[in-house]
Design a protein around this ligand. Structure first.
Ligand SMILES: [Zn+2]
Length: 502
């Protein structure tokens, strides 16, 4: 998931970095053009319970839920692009036909679907595609409210890169912030010293675009100081705007006399906050007595928080999901690491066995054991999201295992600090469930290099809190409190420059 230091300023390198990321994303999915899911118990006259479609930019999922396990064979057909699926042991039913109407025009990948009885007891689905896709097809056994599920995940061949997207969306803001000298005193806004590849990429995007925009003007200095090479201002060209050093001289031998960038313009980068709305897609999270779903209210709160973070001069937000679709826990962590987030904030609103349970809680990771049995119970429940939401275990298990062993004491200590700051702010406006930051083994908090907290904003199982969670003014107050906590934490603990190898 990491990119190497870019040693040159050529736009080709930018594309190369992006391709590498895409190749890594696709590794698990490549080569599975045809996959047979036949198992020992092939359905004989299975009944379809429901069909569901979850379109999203990351991927579109189609789920067929049935009372027996289904066996399917799929293949990609070109010109035009189609995914053809034959499901064995099945007769066409009205529920299955509903799939046709469930494909929406805004689906990024599916144009339409055709459903037909191909031969006796074999139903054929033909997905007409908007672009080439890389399909993942797998089955899930019964769990929670679900019976057997046959899942088609339609991934784009070139998946969206969260870093690329973030850099493109925030490059103007980053440029403004970087060229504003830091002020001393209470009104200073924290940033972080810049030495990451992320900023090197931003510089490349900038240079590439500037050149494209102004072909008639003299070229910019050929080498922005991305790596150890010092730029040589070309003689006879117009003075260039002050440019910040994007990375320190590796050997530390910088000589101020020939450094064209005055130190007062030392580059600061925006603080990046990864916001992680819990659950999504097939995983509704907890459900309140009045029917509110955790996945919906936390997405609303997360979007409010994103707007507030993006309105700060020194911060930018990246959301692990901004729509209603399933994101495996380890992918949430990967996305945050990909954008080199300075902070990871997961937002939830869970249920408890007792409806009278109330108040907000904040959690950090625990290396061993949990701080209370309730914290352990909740972590187990949250970690089951992949089972309910439907992770493709063949694809995701390996990454999840690697993450398990990377937690660090430093990360946990930082997470406790953030947690304390956020808890204090939420406590100022809202009842707390516990007055201190709790700890347990939450899988989503395991980025070894990012302080990570999980906020249980309220208990959706408590009718009064369920009502508040749906209330716009309350959502605003919560988002404001979380933002104040984050700002307070950054003011006291400005992130250090990141080592390029992290
Ligand atoms: Zn949750």
């Amino acid at each position: 998931m990491l990119i190497k230091r870019l040693a040159t300023d050529r736009p080709d390198e930018l594309l190369l970095a992006r391709r590498k990321w895409l190749a890594q994303c696709l590794k698990a999915g490549a080569g599975t053009v045809v996959l047979t899911l036949a198992g020992p118990q092939i359905a004989a006259g299975a009944g379809i319970v429901a069909v569901r479609v979850w379109p999203a930019e990351d991927y579109t999922r189609v789920t067929i839920e049935s009372d027996q396990r289904l066996a399917a064979v799929h293949t990609m057909v070109r010109n035009p692009d189609r995914l053809v699926v034959d499901i064995d042991g099945l007769d066409l039913s009205p529920t299955l036909r509903e799939l046709v109407a469930k494909i929406t025009p805004n689906d990024p990948y599916i144009q339409s679907v055709r459903v037909g009885q191909n031969r006796p007891r074999v139903v054929r689905l033909v997905f007409d595609l908007k672009e080439d896709i890389s399909p993942q097809v797998f089955t899930l056994g019964p769990i929670g409210q679900y019976q057997n599920r046959l899942v088609f995940d339609l991934y784009p061949v070139n998946p969206p890169d969260p870093l690329w997207k973030l850099v493109r969306e925030t490059e103007d803001k980053q440029r403004r912030f970087a060229s504003t000298p830091a002020t001393e005193g209470a009104d200073s806004v924290a940033g972080a010293p810049s030495s990451s590849e992320e900023d090197a990429i931003a510089a490349l995007v900038r240079q590439f675009e500037d050149q494209a925009k102004t072909p008639a003007t003299p070229p910019l200095p050929a080498n922005p100081p991305v790596a150890a090479t010092k730029p040589k201002p070309p003689a006879g060209t117009a003075p260039t705007p002050p440019q910040a050093p994007l990375a320190q001289d590796k050997a530390g031998k910088s000589d101020p006399s020939d450094d064209p960038a005055p130190s007062r313009f030392k580059m600061r980068r925006l603080l990046t906050v990864a916001i992680d709305p819990g659950h999504g897609g097939e995983d509704p999270g907890a459900i309140g007595a009045a029917g509110s779903r955790e996945k919906d209210v936390v997405l609303q709160i997360a979007k409010r928080l994103r707007a507030k973070i993006d309105a700060q001069p020194n911060m930018r937000a990246m959301m692990t999901r901004d729509a209603d679709f399933f994101v495996p826990l380890n992918v949430r962590v990967q996305k945050a690491r990909r954008v080199k987030a300075d902070l990871f904030v997961s937002i939830h609103a869970d249920a408890f066995v007792k409806p009278e349970a109330r108040g907000a809680s904040v959690f950090a990771l625990s290396e061993r054991g949990a701080s209370s049995s309730a914290a352990r119970w909740l972590a187990n429940k949250e970690n089951a999201a992949d089972l309910i939401g439907g992770a493709n275990l063949n694809k995701d298990a390996q990454v999840a295992r690697v993450l398990l062993d990377l937690s660090t004491t430093a990360q946990i200590n930082d997470s406790l600090r953030v947690g304390k700051a956020v808890l204090a702010e939420i406590g100022g406006m809202h009842q707390l469930h516990k007055p201190h930051v709790e700890q347990a083994g939450f899988a989503v908090l395991k980025a070894p290099d990012i302080p990570s907290i999980l906020i249980e904003t309220a208990f959706i199982s408590n009718p009064e809190e369920e009502r508040k969670l749906n209330d716009e003014a309350h959502q605003e107050q919560l988002a404001n409190a979380i933002l104040r906590g984050i700002r307070g934490y950054f003011a006291r603990n400005p992130p250090l420059a990141r080592s390029p190898s992290v």
